[in-house]
Design a protein around this ligand. Structure first.
Ligand SMILES: NC(=O)c1ccc[n+]([C@@H]2O[C@H](COP(=O)([O-])OP(=O)(O)OC[C@H]3O[C@@H](n4cnc5c(N)ncnc54)[C@H](O)[C@@H]3O)[C@@H](O)[C@H]2O)c1
Ligand SMILES: [Zn+2]
Ligand SMILES: [Zn+2]
Length: 379
C-alpha cells in the first residue's frame, strides 16, 4: 500500500510499505477515505518530537471497514467509521473511567500511558496517512457513522481536533455565560472557539497573528485578537472593561513564539494567567513535552518557567493533557447531524495523498490560506 513516511526533519514522502493486516483477533483494517494533517504532525515534521525515521504518520483517520478479526463482533465490513486518535484497550482502569488518552495497556514504552497512530513515543502503531490502517480493539475504539459520503469533512474532525478543542474548553471549567480567551487560531484553537460558541459562551476571544486564521474566528462570531498588533492581554482587557475572562484555552503548545518567530514556551501560559480572572480556569491542550533538545534554555528538559506565582495568587485552576476522544465524539456526531456543529468550516484543502509532501511544507509555514488539509488516499 502507499503511505506517507517520515524520512527526517522536513522530509516526508509517499512510498510503498507493507499492507496493513489483521494482527490480533480484535483488530480491524480500515480503507482510509479521509485523513488530515494535524499541527501535532508538524512537531514531528520539524524534527522536534524524536520520531523514528520510516514512521508512517497520521492520527486523524476515517474510512470504511475492509476486514475484521475473528474477535470483532460489533463492527462489520463495510461500516463507515471515525477512528479516535487514542488507541485504547477498553478494559484498564483509565479506559473504564473514560480516560482513553491514558490507557494503561496499549503503549509498551516504559512509563508512558496512552497510545496513538503514527506518533512519536505513542507506541509501535503505524499512522493512517496511507491507503489502509490497522485498528486495534476495533469494537471499543471505532465510532460508527451513518453510511454514505455526506458530512465527510465534518466527520473527519471527530478523530481528534473537534474532541480536543472541546476538551480544552471542558478542562478550563467552562460554564455557559463565561467569557473565554483562546491562544492559537490553528485548527485546535478554532475547534475550541466553535465549542465555546455552541456551549453558550458570552464572548470568545481568539489570539493569533495570521489573518486567514483570525478571519475564520470572526466567521463563527468570535473576536479576533492579532498579537502582532500589540500585547494580546491588554487588547482583551480593553475589550472587557479591564475585567478579563473567566476561562482560557491554550491551543499552541511548547513551540509558542513571538511575532519574530523566537520560541518562548511559557508565553501563552503567562498570557492566560494574566488575562483569566481570579478563581478562573485554564485548559491546556497545546502539547508540552518532557524533553526537546532544540528548545531554548531549560525547556529542553521540560522545565518551563511560567508565572506560577500569579497563578497561585489568583487561585486559578488548570487542566492539561491529550484529549480522550471517546468522551465527546458521539455527542459531537449528534450535533453535526442536527446542524448545530459544522467543524468543516476550517477546511482549506482536499487533496490526493501524493500531494501531501507539498501540503506539509505549506501548512508548516502557516502559509496564508492553508488552515486545514484533508488527504484522500484513494483519489
Ligand atoms: N491535547 C491533544 O490531545 C492535542 C490534539 C491535537 C493537537 N494538539 C496540539 O495542539 C496544538 C495546536 O495544533 P493545531 O493543529 O491547531 O496547529 P497549529 O500548530 O497550526 O496552530 C497553532 C497556532 O498557534 C499560533 N501561535 C503561535 N504562537 C502564538 C502565540 N504566542 N500566541 C497566540 N498564538 C500563537 C500559530 O500562529 C498557529 O496558528 C499543537 O501543539 C498540537 O500538537 C493537542
Ligand atoms: Zn491531530
Ligand atoms: Zn486501556
Amino acid at each position: 500500500m502507499r503511505a506517507l513516511v517520515y524520512n527526517g526533519a522536513r522530509d516526508v514522502s509517499v512510498k510503498e510499505v507493507p499492507d496493513a493486516t489483521i494482527e490480533e483477533p480484535t483488530d480491524a483494517v480500515i480503507r482510509i477515505t479521509t485523513t488530515n494533517i494535524c499541527g501535532s504532525d508538524l512537531h514531528m515534521y520539524e524534527g522536534r518530537a524524536g520520531v523514528e525515521e520510516g514512521t508512517v504518520i497520521g492520527h486523524e483517520n476515517m474510512g470504511i471497514v475492509e476486514e475484521v478479526g475473528p474477535g470483532t463482533t460489533r463492527v462489520k465490513k463495510g461500516d463507515r467509521v471515525s477512528v479516535p486518535f487514542n488507541i485504547a484497550c477498553g478494559t484498564c482502569r483509565s479506559c473504564n473511567e473514560g480516560w482513553t488518552s491514558f490507557c494503561e495497556r496499549t503503549n509498551p514504552t516504559e512509563g508512558m500511558q496512552g497510545a496513538a497512530y503514527g506518533y512519536a513515543n505513542m507506541g509501535p502503531y503505524r499512522g493512517g496517512q496511507a491507503e489502509y490502517l490497522r485498528v486495534p480493539y476495533a469494537d471499543f475504539n471505532l465510532l460508527t457513522l451513518p453510511p454514505g459520503d455526506e458530512h465527510e469533512s465534518d466527520f473527519t474532525m471527530l478523530s481528534d481536533i473537534f474532541p480536543t478543542g472541546w476538551h480544552g474548553v471542558e478542562l478550563s471549567g467552562f460554564r455557559p455565560g463565561d467569557r473565554v480567551a483562546i491562544m492559537g487560531a490553528g485548527p485546535v484553537g478554532l475547534m475550541a472557539a466553535h465549542t465555546a460558541r455552541i456551549r453558550g459562551a458570552r464572548d470568545v476571544f481568539v489570539v493569533d497573528q495570521h489573518p486567514d486564521r483570525l478571519k475564520l474566528a470572526s466567521e463563527i462570531d468570535c473576536t479576533p485578537i492579532d498579537f502582532s498588533k500589540g500585547d494580546p492581554v491588554q487588547q482583551i482587557l480593553d475589550a472587557t472593561d479591564g475585567e478579563g475572562v473567566d476561562r482560557g484555552v491554550e491551543a499552541v503548545g511548547w513551540q509558542a513564539h513571538d511575532t519574530g518567530g523566537d520560541e518562548h514556551p511559557e508565553l501563552t501560559l503567562d498570557n492566560l494567567v494574566q488575562v483569566v480572572k481570579a478563581r478562573g480556569g485554564i485548559g491546556v491542550v497545546g502539547v508540552f513535552v518532557p524533553q526537546d533538545p532544540k528548545s531554548p534554555g531549560k525547556a529542553s528538559e521540560g522545565r518551563i518557567g511560567w508565572d506560577y506565582g500569579t497563578f497561585f495568587t489568583k487561585g486559578q485552576q488548570m487542566g492539561t493533557g491529550q484529549a480522550p476522544v471517546k468522551r465527546y465524539n458521539r455527542q459531537q456526531l449528534d450535533l453535526i447531524l442536527a446542524g448545530v456543529a459544522r467543524p468543516s468550516f476550517i477546511v482549506s484543502h482536499e487533496i490526493p495523498l501524493d500531494e501531501a509532501p507539498d501540503a506539509y511544507q505549506h501548512f508548516d509555514q502557516r502559509d496564508q490560506g492553508w488552515t486545514k488539509v484533508l488527504l484522500k488516499p484513494s483519489a
